[in-house]
Design a protein around this ligand. Structure first.
Ligand code: FES
Length: 112
């Protein structure tokens, strides 16, 4: 499985979503207390970005990461996605998720 170094872990603030582009795929990476999760950065409701940071730049005002439940609320209309499975119970479908780890250099590494 290919891997790509996304950057230093310091570039992924806790509780925030950071949008990255990997081979043309838009992905949102979340730092949940030092554990990293990644999900396709495209809410299937209206095809809008899920990451709070990027979405706020576009004018969305909602959205929140719940570290305890490992979920993200879409910043646009609040549908909630599990960051491990990608599942949303309202739509009854799951977005692709990606494995993310850190390496010995404290860099965030994505498998895809
Ligand atoms: S675009 Fe995500 S809930 Fe509407």
């Amino acid at each position: 499985m290919p891997t790509v170094v996304l950057g230093s872990s310091e570039e992924f603030p806790e509780g925030e979503g950071v949008p990255v582009s990997v081979d043309g795929t838009e992905i949102a990476v979340f730092n949940l207390g030092g554990t990293f999760r990644a999900i396709l950065n495209n809410c299937p409701h209206k095809n809008l970005p899920l990451d709070p940071a990027g979405s706020h730049q576009l004018g969305a005002v909602l959205g929140a990461v719940d570290e305890e439940r490992c979920t993200i609320q879409c910043p646009w209309h609040n549908l909630e996605f599990d960051l491990e499975s990608g599942h949303n119970p309202v739509l009854d479908r799951a977005l692709p998720t990606f494995d993310v780890t850190t390496n010995d250099a404290d860099e965030v590494v994505l498998e895809y």
